[in-house]
Structures are given as structure tokens and as C-alpha cells.
Design a protein around this ligand. Structure first.
Ligand SMILES: [Zn+2]
Length: 220
């Protein structure tokens, strides 16, 4: 069950087309799981013409959704196809929502180990301000405690993880602001894979400070 959703302000920005690519992807990913927010986006699209002062009309409902998907598809240079086309050969790819699969590069993902139980694979989507990545925490593993120099958006894709504030399941959409500190850990029975959007480098606050050079910030 999904307990965490994007704030309504963020959905308005999403519908109005003012979000940058990576945050847009995070919201679209959440919508794959969440009918409640999909309905909100549809409603916002319907009243978008009144909300927006721009001359350009705002498509509604399925049209809007398709447009977002289409624009993202062009960024990853995928050929149009009616069939799901999975090019990424990484073993985790098949576990992810089709929308996310289509963002992944050909071949294997470039997983880098940040701690004994945490790996990250960055995803290039033509983003300049944010870094988009997959994070993968081993079953029962703990991520290093860290805080944030900027906003971090996390969408749980598979498995679940917990931190000081709660337990998060697939589809949950979390926003951490600059200065928040937390230490996520995965459920014991399954690894957890999340999509994350980072506005600025995270900073390890615990004993693993020495790893900081590996957390260099690379928008792409
Ligand atoms: Zn939602």
C-alpha cells in the first residue's frame, strides 16, 4: 500500500510541464503505482487551461500522460514500438516497471558500491540540474547514515526499506530536504531498489565519511 505521495504543488508543476526531466521522471514513476495521483493529474490537466497563463493548451488525461512518455522516449533515443522493448540486460531490469526499464541504457548498468550493502547506478537522461540514479540496498542491508545538501526524491521500485520515520513500499514517493539526516535499511527478506533524484551531493554523517569521494555529484 502506498503511503507517501507527491505534494499537490509538485503535481501542479508536473502537469504544467515546468518540472525538470529527472523530477518529472520521479513523478511519472510514482504514477505507475498510484491511481490516486494519476486521477489527480488527470483532473489537474482538465483544469490546466484555467490555471495556466501560457498560451499553449494543456492536453488532458491519457494524452498528457502519453506526451510525457513520448518526450522521455526521445531522450533515450528509443525506437517507437508497440511491444515492451527491454534493451538493458542487467538482471534487475525485468523487476522494474516498464516505464523505468525504458530509461535504462543498453547492456549492464554501471553499479558502483557505496557501502557493503548499498550500490548505485546512475542513469543519463540529459538532465543538467539533478542526478538520476537507481539505488540498491541488499536484503537486510543498511545504507550509511547521510544528510542532504539539497533535495532528494526517492521512489521505491521493488522491495521495501525503513528509516527513522517509517516503512516504505513500492510506489512510495519520498522527498528529503536539505539538512535532513536519515539511515535507510532494507527489509530482511528482499533487496530494495529505488529510483532517486538528487539535487546536490549527499553527505555521509556516520563512520563511513571516508566514502564521500565516491558520492561525487554528476548530473547527466
Ligand atoms: Zn500517489
Amino acid at each position: 500500500m502506498i503511503n507517501r505521495h507527491p505534494e499537490s504543488d509538485l503535481l501542479v508543476e508536473y502537469v504544467s510541464g515546468s518540472l525538470s526531466v529527472a523530477p518529472c521522471i520521479s513523478v511519472t514513476t510514482h504514477l505507475q503505482y498510484c491511481k490516486q495521483c494519476s486521477d489527480s493529474v488527470e483532473s489537474l490537466g482538465e483544469i490546466g487551461g484555467e490555471l495556466l497563463t501560457t498560451a499553449e493548451a494543456v492536453p488532458v488525461s491519457d494524452e498528457l500522460f502519453d506526451r510525457v512518455i513520448a518526450s522521455l522516449d526521445s531522450l533515450v533515443k528509443e525506437e517507437p514500438s508497440d511491444e515492451p522493448q527491454r534493451q538493458c540486460s542487467d538482471t534487475i531490469s525485468a523487476e522494474l516497471p516498464e516505464f523505468v526499464q525504458r530509461l535504462l541504457p543498453d547492456g549492464e548498468l554501471d553499479w558502483r558500491r557505496l557501502s557493503p550493502s548499498l550500490k548505485v547506478a546512475r542513469i543519463s537522461v540529459g538532465e543538467e540540474k539533478y542526478e538520476l540514479a537507481l539505488h540498491r540496498i541488499d536484503a537486510g542491508g543498511k545504507a550509511p547514515e547521510h544528510d542532504h545538501l539539497g533535495k532528494e526524491i526517492t521512489v521505491v521500485l521493488t522491495g521495501s526499506f525503513s528509516d527513522e520515520d517509517g516503512v516504505y513500499q513500492p510506489g512510495d514517493f519520498l522527498v528529503r530536504e536539505a539538512g535532513d539526516t536519515h539511515r535507510p535499511f532494507a527489509a530482511r527478506n528482499q533487496e530494495c531498489i529505488c529510483l532517486s533524484v538528487l539535487e546536490a551531493p549527499i553527505r555521509l554523517t556516520g563512520i563511513k565519511r571516508v566514502l564521500n569521494p565516491f558520492l561525487s555529484f554528476t548530473p547527466s
